[in-house]
Ligand binder design. Sequence first.
Ligand code: PHE
Ligand code: ZN
Length: 865
Amino acid sequence: MNIAVNPDDHAVHPTIYLKDYQPPVFGVSTIDLDIRIHETETLVVSTLEMQRLHAGELVLLGRDLELLNVQLNGSDLAPSSYSLDKETLTILNAPDQCTVKTEVRIHPENNTQLEGLYKSGGMYCTQNEPEGFRKITFFPDRPDVLAVYTTRLEADNQYPTLLANGNLIEAGQVGGDRHYTIWQDPTKKPSYLFACVAGDLAVLKDSFTTMEGKPVALEIYTEEKDIEKCHVAMQALKDSMLWDEEHYGRAYDLDNYMIVAVSQFNMGAMENKGLNIFNTSCVLSSPETSTDASNFYVKSTIAHEYFHNWTGNRITCRDWFQLCLKEGFTVFRDQSFSDTLQSPAVQRIDDVSSLKSAQFAEDAGPLSHPPRPDHFVEINNFYTATVYDKGAEIVRMMATLLGEENFRLGTDEYFRRHDGEAVTVEDLIGSLSDGSGTDLWNFLPWYSQPGTPVVTGQGIYDAETRRYTLTLSQSIPKKPNYPAPQPLPIPVKIALFNQQTGQPLLLDAQGETETVLMLNQSKQVFVFEHISSQPIVSLLRDFSAPVLLNFDYQDQELAFLMQYETNGFNQWQAAQQLLERILLQGHDASAYLEALLVTLPKVASVDPLLASRLLDIPTETFIASRIDSNYDPVAVRSTRETLMNAIAAELKDFWSASYAALPIVPYADTSEAMGQRALRNAVLAFASRAGVADALTHASQQYDAAVCMTERLGALRQLVNYDAVDHDAKLADFYQRFENEALAIDLWFGLQASKPNATIGEITRLSQHPQFDLNTPNRVRSITGNFATNPVAVWTTEGAQFYVNLAKTLDAKNPILGSRILQVLSRWYTLKEPLRTQVKAVIDGLQGQVTSSSVVETLANLQKA
Ligand code: PHE
Ligand code: ZN
């Protein structure tokens, strides 16, 4: 065993390695749980039927449990027959078949870490992925031990709703003031998918009949006051159930599907078998209180958790190193589902921009890891953009290569082979290969190599031979402690355009205008014959691989693609490439501005949603992720501001005309209406920047006339950012209007925290507001996440200290959240001096002050950057 933290740290946490995986010594066929909830304690009795699978000791895992009694085959065990330490209970000399019964006392009423059984608001709920179940009872808490669960829940009558996974088989009173329910889940599942809830909740009911003719009762539980905000989620659930039948042939298997909304939750949502638990932010939606972005996120999260029923629950992970097996595949599935909610081009734009800003940045810093890590200290630190989003990109590349039909044959084979099993990434690749008849094993290294590959190249046209020669090469950054990187298979989707006509060229006799080149060596040459004039190549269409592209384009060629590309994603990508040159390499903005001036009005008139995305300018944090040393946040801000001002000025007439052409209309939840709202807000932002006469008056009017949150918040943002005379009054109005809507108040905090010129003093004041609450992750993130978009203020001694202080406070209270907050500082080492030394000193100040495995591991990673 290795110790992964600085040797002078008080807390030591062992590193766990994938290569050390050992199958479980004992299996569990059934578990009977009896959970009795009281205000000041909860008693948990669990009875496990265990069978030996391999030689070794019978070890159960437990954390923060007070052991009251332990029995083996019906008799109390003397202390000499078992051994107990901080994390394990070992039954000495256990027979090959045995019944182990334990009784423990736990304290969910004091559990602020939001793992295991805890209290959120007035209700009890659970969060057991990845290793929370061991905080409820002693169990072999690992994903490859699958058991059938029966759960008895008992609580005071003030908690009328008592839920657990599976079917309700009994309910009744216990004396005058307590009651119970008994639930049986017929499917075998790992402990991380166990859930239970006790509360006083309203329920929205609906139903769905599967393609197999099975009726399923659908129920969404939330506080009474929010029940009307559950309709969007309910519709999305039904849409997802149908989509999985139509696209993957997968039907739902239980008689009921329940979702419970909780306000204190570390993540977005959790796919517990038949009983999902959702952060309120991912299930509640109403036009008045939610933005279009959050309404969209509700739908895609509902889909994500539902899709886990097959990719995650019925086929689960052998061990936590395989996390991307369920998460990457499921993200790919929810992204594909979302193609039905907005145009596929914009869906791809949104997925790629978050991949580039979050995952590429992560992979460029000290937290870089492969989609399947080979070691970790704290698995909670690995629910990352790399595991989720790069994991999804790998599945997407294989799907692209196979094509729809063959990919379906591959996934059918995966479900056929592995239903009911706990498997590995190899099992997925093996099934996809065998099912489709295409060998995909060369994709395996994508799972084990960290870093973003860079594809470089150039194209040469020879008029005499009418030949276009494209040379592409790949390089993958070498990371410390990893072997020298091997070339990866990189599908590069391309088209060639005729410069004179603006039309794509035919690439074969079948009339195809697009082809996928397979770059799987360090350098390769691709030759195109019968090309009548110098073409312009469009590379990496649809972002066919998660790589950085460094092709030797002329700026004019990218400007050409901005105008003539036939697919919205590629148009956006050409603009982004041009913008990156302006922002990172100091290129002149004129080619971009000219192209935008002709392209934007055209796109705006046919596809406002796409037009709004064409106005995306790479964020300061994304730009920073591409600068590896001597990073000066103030200089980056100023370059970006200069560009934004130039865009604002260049299109000044367009902003006025376009704003006038986009009046507020009654709310509709459609892609078209979303596009109009998105474009109106983007236009308003540029108009305010350009100083267009009356822009802020329009913002003020838009705030008052708004029919939905997207309009109200978009207007308020400009009033605040540009210090309009009425901005304080409007902020106060907003607060009053939504005082009892926690998610809207999160937006109120977030808007102020993301103000570009916010000072650390203002941020500190926000965090001292009476409604700021360290026990509610959504509220904490509303400040920490939004303030992180302001590197000029974050990268100061005081800014870094703000994050370090929070990480220190949260180290005991909620280490998962504390660790994530600390990650904001991961690229400190790229700063120019003296900032670099100053910020490092602040980070080093945490040394010896934190003890949780989550925060300690992150701190150690930051320090060794
Ligand atoms: N498995 C959840 C999802 O992606 C995420 C999650 C992880 C939630 C850990 C809580 C804790 O759907
Ligand atoms: Zn997931």
